[in-house]
Write a new protein. Sequence first.
Length: 562
Amino acid sequence: MRDPEVIMRPERLAVLQPSRLSASRALMNMLVGSNWSISRVTWDIDERGRGEALYRVDAGRYTFDLVALSFEPRIEGRTARIIGRHWDMMGALLEGPVTPAALEQTRSELPKLYEGRAPEGTLAWARSNRSLRAFDHVVDSLAAGRQPDLDRLAEAGYILRNTGLDGNGTFGTRSFLGYEENHPLRVPYFAQMLAAYLMREFGFDLAESLARSRGPGAVPLDPRLKTYLGLGNGSGLGLILWVHNHPRVVSRWIQLRERAIAHACALSAEQIGDGFELLESLLVKAARHRREDRTRYESFDASELIARDLDRVLEVARGIAGETRAGTGAAPAAPLSELRRRVAPLVSPTAAETLDSLLIELVPEYADALLRELTVSEILVRSPQSTIGELKALIDRQYGWALDLALAGVPDDPRVLYKSRNAEEPRRGPRSEAGEAIDLALHLPTLLAGLRGELDDHPDELSVARFLVAHPRRRQLVERVQALADDPYHTPLMELLGDTVNPAHIIALVNIAFYGLDRTKDHLRRTLRGLLFHGAPTWSDLRERGSAHWFWPAEPRMGVTS
């Protein structure tokens, strides 16, 4: 497992790639490997897109229902921001079968959103808008009896875009810790991702329904296009606050990823077996996906460069596989560890992290078992009985990076993260422009430098409790330092006061590594847009066409019969 000083730097966190441990991929793998069935129970939506639908997930001992409320699009109040008051679709995922009372309460409360209250048994609330670029084109094409233009769809990547997934206690939904031990959605963000997956299905069904309403000549959307399209997603600066407010989840997620990679790298040649062939096929797939990627990135490496790097990784992998099969004295004892070592100086960090994600695919049972460890208590408890000397040693040992950053001092016009009065969402800018706005960011280097100086004014044998009586404003900081002492990956190594940190790097960590988005592009270093379930089989194809390696789909060849 890598040292936090290496992996927790923002520029490295930004290139951690989707893996088997990412929420959307992990959920999809569970759906593909299970005997779950998904059906559309009711569909009562008119030719203008107004109405209601109900989707049901039969998970054996559990049943989950998605109530989808559909609305006619309108410009007024339609925005991806949290101040929005109108969406094209709103959904609620409930433990089902949904009762008439819960259904009626959902119909009443869900449209209120921030003023609403979910009925008992609700796992997630969701909302989405149609793509302005692609949705109408799909409907028009299907209504005319033809398939939509692949180039237009490939550019957007989706026809429905998620604008909010709320769970874990929000609006009265169930918290992760409230799920039973054997609950299939107990892994954090599984409920939200199931709602997102069903929203993607709703988008396809809605487009086909609207096309049929225009006449008998309409055709359904080609299954290959459905599989290729994802669910759009956008995220902003609020995820920086999420990272600071959920240090235990951040640390556990990265730690599990590191453990899975380390487990794969420890495999002997005999234990790897046919894994060499699988790894080579996945590297070929990853390189092809990058070559077909039409996204133009601002803060991240161009896909054509990553594709060339992945070709280099493939070449080295084939060489090590050949050495291993030959069984000579030069064959490495741990081939995958040797592969990582050899490619590290040859390729970009993005390509290296892509390899790491693919190594996890070689230990699927081990990785999937790790997911249950992702559910953690986030209550931080201080240790008042500790001494000042012990606290100083802890800070010096784990936060040397922060004390070093603090030496640079506070900029003349520091950046602050504040809540916009107009948009009610996080903004980042110079203090001179933000006025008296409250800074929401956690500036650990500055805070720890101040704390460390105050500790030096007290004898080492003094208890932390007595120190905090004299310095009550330090309680939360001391609590964080002490409670996270055994969580190695809890905090990005950065200071947000200056302008050297790219906020998009931290947003990318959550979107790409944790949630599993593909084709994630940043805009103005503060907003990221990408795709969930890009390449995932539709619910009707889970068993027929589902594969454990469904991700990174090839562009469909529409002129060729499937």
